[in-house]
Ligand binder design. Sequence first.
Ligand code: RIB
Length: 287
Amino acid sequence: MSAAKIVIVGSANLDLVAACESLPAPGETVTGASYAEYPGGKGANQTLAARRLGAEVSMVARVGTDANAEKALALLRADGVDLSRIIEDENAPTGVALIAVDAAGENMIVVASGANAHLEPRDVAGAGPADAVLCQLEVPLGAIEAAATIDTGLFAINLAPAMPVPAELLERADLLIANEAEAEFYGDALYRGSGLVAVTLGGEGAILYREGQEVARMPVYAVPVIDTVGAGDTFCGALAVALAEGMEDGAALRFASAAGALAVTREGAQPSLPWREEVEAFLKDKA
Ligand code: RIB
């Protein structure tokens, strides 16, 4: 089987991560954390996830001309993502995410979008054709609307972070992916189109709907939780790859759930992303 071709239109950040015993409450200072920097951003994480799971991936994004840009793109470059459509923006810094992760693997994230907020429809023009196009909501809606016009069999939006999206865009999508809170934010609007809707439920697993009817459900895989940052992105990238390859609904949901489970067992967003062989071995083990 030839590799699925995927275009991702989204954000690239440098994640500045403090691992602490417990997350601070508003106004509180916690000390004793360890610090690390990792490439991140929902768009870039989903790009790398799809790449490591066997797809040919091209990413459309904006970074700054600062030193953080190369750090943010390092793993995408190392793993063979097509970066020819990455724009260096002279007027904005590379996006950064300030992340705190506690001992149970829970996290808090604040994103300073920088160049991601400047992604324009003209940056997307000419991308594709592709078997799948995948977007998130860390870049302006205009860029996502432009992505919706790319020639593809599967136009997908991960509705993270949740924000108002025109109804036509939701209905245009062949696949919407939301976590529990995001699904609550969009309510019935999530199910008005004729495409698939995947809802992840944290410890309760994930459900896939078609035209509002449940078509597949996966309980969560029990794994040791080290760091949940990037797990949702792994699920999104994996689901796009699986559906672009033609897997049926249940198998695609199982594949994405296994990839997401493996991602929580390791630190960092992108360093934690699993490879195809690992996901297949994990699934074989759980069969
Ligand atoms: O989904 C996780 C990602 O959200 C992090 O990598 C961070 O950059 C933020 O975009």
